[in-house]
Design a protein around this ligand. Structure first.
Ligand code: ACM
Ligand code: ZN
Length: 476
């Protein structure tokens, strides 16, 4: 009998005999320093654990509470799969386990589809089951603003509501999270050793802001909370200093609600046409002695990173923020999330930035279809098979040691343009999220897709028992 655990542990040493019980056994937990048996002495090792299954009992040892938690989650996997006719049977074994990367993340887009708090908590529970320890909460975008900001009430009064074009008669979709709800999500995550990183996408993807406060756009509007999907020309007006007054209050709000040291400031897909034709933006360009219009974004990013630093936070940005201007170099401590492939991430690592890899070219965009078949749900921008996701490499083999030390880990995203229900989200996520978990946890030379596929058969039953909708088609 073998244990089918996902992500695959670093090492399992099987021993003679079995543990069997008709009850739910309790886990004996011990915090210890473990530096033997290949346990690496890095921050990632703090998440490591040892799970010892003997004939009489089951013991978890770990150097930190997070490690103990990971042992508990591995144990939970076994409880979910190894009961037969009311009897739990496990082979005696010692599991020695620790992650390859300290950052194992997942992003949920709650702007394009407004997920309920209870659904988010269900997902957090599932992230935790797979040792994923970062929840990146995409709270704002063109199609809806989901974060209450006291001093700017219209962001939620106007910005959280839009027309839903799926219906032939006017139907609105709306919602935002209250402060209490946000705190409860952060607490729920934290009790599972998951850090919540909020994202407010600036200065593009700003239709919801502009519909609420049209004076902050170049033309003054009118604007609407977008009911279409795509990339839109209007961004916050770089020549209007009032945008920073608002962002100060947004950041104050985030500091109050999110204990994480990271705040994601977006920065992706900004179009510069409006700035090019705006007298205020042109005036700012001259004042700052900049040449090209896109350098205004570098200036904004620079200021936002500064504003976060003043609040004790570190900025994370999509890889566009790397395209900086000579005058406003991207602050070195800005973390790059590499999404348009991994090249930008590798370049950033070389420049000394910390990097999170989430390349849409390597199966990390879980809104993409599982396979090209017409019947599959998902965006047609590309496909991402379970195998593609499994094969993603946060750090390629030929990278230098120094550059590799700047790669924090890997991340997958669920953008929600084509997602209309939590059940559809689950279908997009599972089992690709399981594959991603293994890609960022398990040592590269321990990864084996055939072996993963076999363990997945058992793992799917666990997901079934947790009422998780799953894609069951071809894996490759
Ligand atoms: C992105 O997918 N626009 C980050
Ligand atoms: Zn402007």
């Amino acid at each position: 009998m073998e244990l089918s655990i996902i992500p695959k542990p670093v090492k399992i040493n099987y021993a003679e005999g079995v543990f069997s019980s008709k009850e739910k056994p309790s886990l004996i937990k011990k915090e210890v320093k473990i530096h033997e048996d290949g346990m690496i002495d890095t921050s990632a090792a703090q998440d490591g654990y040892r799970l010892i299954i003997s004939k009489d009992n089951i013991t978890a040892q770990a150097p930190s509470p997070a490690g103990i938690h990971n042992a508990e989650e591995t144990f939970r996997q076994l409880l979910l799969s190894n009961y037969n006719d009311g009897c739990l049977t496990l082979p005696c074994a010692e599991i020695i386990d620790y992650p390859r990367f300290s950052w194992r993340g997942f992003m949920l887009d709650c702007s394009r589809y407004f997920y309920s708090v209870s659904f988010i908590k269900k997902l957090l529970d599932l992230l935790s089951l797979h040792h994923i320890n970062r929840f990146h909460w995409h709270l704002t975008d063109d199609q809806g603003w989901r974060l209450p900001v006291k001093e700017y009430p219209l962001l939620t009064e106007i910005g959280s509501r839009r027309l839903d074009n799926r219906f032939p008669f006017p139907t609105y979709t709306e919602g935002f999270y209250t402060e209490e709800e946000i705190k409860s999500v952060v607490e729920y995550a934290s009790s599972r050793y998951i850090e919540v990183i909020p994202e407010v996408d600036l200065p593009g993807h700003a239709s919801a802001i502009l519909a609420s406060y049209p004076g902050l756009g170049c033309s003054g509007g009118p604007y609407r909370v977008e009911d279409r999907f795509g990339i839109f020309e209007d961004a916050l007006c770089a020549g209007n200093d009032q945008i920073f007054d608002m962002i100060e209050k947004i950041f104050d709000t985030l500091v109050n609600l999110f204990p994480s040291k990271w705040v994601h400031i977006g920065g992706d897909e900004v179009l510069f046409n409006r700035w090019q034709n705006c007298p205020k933006c042109q005036k700012k360009l001259k004042e700052l002695n900049l040449e090209k219009i896109n350098e205004l974004q570098s200036w904004i990013t620079y200021r936002l990173a500064q504003m976060l630093k003043e609040r004790g936070k570190t900025a994370v940005g999509w890889d566009e923020v790397l395209e900086d201007s000579p005058k406003f170099k991207l602050p070195k401590d800005t973390v790059i999330m590499s999404w348009r492939g991994s090249e930008a991430g590798l370049k950033a690592a070389k420049l000394g930035h910390k990097v999170i890899m989430s390349p849409n070219t390597e199966g990390c965009y879980l809104d993409y279809k599982h396979s090209p078949e017409a019947e599959e749900i998902g965006r047609t921008l590309g496909t991402a098979s379970v195998f593609d996701t499994y094969s993603m490499k946060a750090a390629p083999e030929n990278i230098s040691k120094e550059d590799a030390s700047n790669i924090l880990g890997g991340h997958c995203t669920l953008f929600s343009e084509v997602i209309y229900a939590g059940k559809i989200a689950e279908y997009m996520l599972f089992p690709r999220l399981c594959a991603l978990a293994e890609a960022v946890w398990t040592p590269e030379n321990n990864k084996d897709f055939e072996d993963f596929s076999k363990r997945l058969i058992v793992h799917r039953k666990r997901l079934d028992s947790l009422d998780v909708n799953q894609y069951r088609g071809k894996l490759k």
